[in-house]
Design a protein around this ligand. Sequence first.
Ligand SMILES: [Zn+2]
Length: 417
Amino acid sequence: MEERFIILQCGQLYDGVSEAALANAAILWQGSRLLAVGRRGEVAPPAGAPCTVLDFPSATALPGLIDEHTHLSLPGDGRSYEEMVRDSDDLMAIIGARNLALHLRSGVTTLRDHGARNQVGFALKEALRRGYVQGPRGLFSGRSITCTGGHFHFMGAAADGPDAVRREVRRNIHDGADYVKIMASGGGTAGTLPGYASYSEAELRVAVEEARRFGKLTVAHCRATTSILNAARAGVDLLEHVQFHDADLAVRFDPRVAEALLQSGAYVSPTLQAGTQYASLLGLRAKQERGELTPAEKERLAWNESYQEERLTIFRRLLECGFAGRIVAGSDSGCFDFAFGHLQYDLELMVVGGLPNRQAIRAATSVAAKAVGLAERIGSLQPGKEADLLVVAGDPLRDISALRQVVAVVKGGERVV
Ligand SMILES: [Zn+2]
């Protein structure tokens, strides 16, 4: 039986690529494929064809969001990594199923999973493929690759030296990895050193070459300035965090390293909500407004605000260097207390940091689609693309926080919210 046509009419539409939104718009699709996008009244199914009409006269329709950086198998419940990894692989898979649902309901229709232990990522990938769980379209890195004792060393893919890195890339890809995640510096894992590169340029280059041999992209976790330079020179496709930490952990923006990164053509995911612990910050600000902060919370809030300013300062410097079109949204959900369902916070912080609203939206739609290698299929509302849509109340091109007011979510043509 032919699938029904569906028309969604909305107050306005932002297609993820244009300079401005289109008022009184309509989108037509059949099955999972977008057929037409335009003004209401001008978009119609073939004469006489049965068609379902969805009408949101005061809402804005956008492409479904893409979260380039998540950790599905971690609960984001405030515990440390060392506590979280006491969960069994079985429990981690169940956590992943829950997180998939949370992100989908919030408007994320595609995500990357940046490293799960052993086979957990691949089990989630297969569960999605079989339709056992509902979630965004998923791209899975499998185990994140790291040096002995390095950031996320408990994921089951420690590798030292070019040969070992090559072996881990091959193991992951043959287990089903869609791309390769490698830890180029220390991070939040106890004992690791975020101010130091944990891999040489030569080791990273092997990961990139080996991934490319199998047609895969690479992502590197880079907090140390030296790791940013190594990853840029090695040709890594996307860099995470990009915090410009010196060995002493002080933050010192280095314009020459930024220039090398820009010239490399890599995308940058600044993970602003993770870097600023934005969810906690919002909670503390709300308590402050009610006059309910304890002295300890006051101290915590001050630290949080200054840390946010430090992260946004680096973000502004990157924008000044010409990175606006290469910024990609990534929530780092699952880590610490970064619960799933809040990719929108990253876009809000990008706007605070000086990115225009429409460009912040592109960072989670059309630019993100290019960065994850799916630009042909997703990231914009154009005929031929997947019918992935987020419908929100209000106008996120004027007020970015409107993205949180989810009215409907459509993934692959099917309304899921
Ligand atoms: Zn991460």
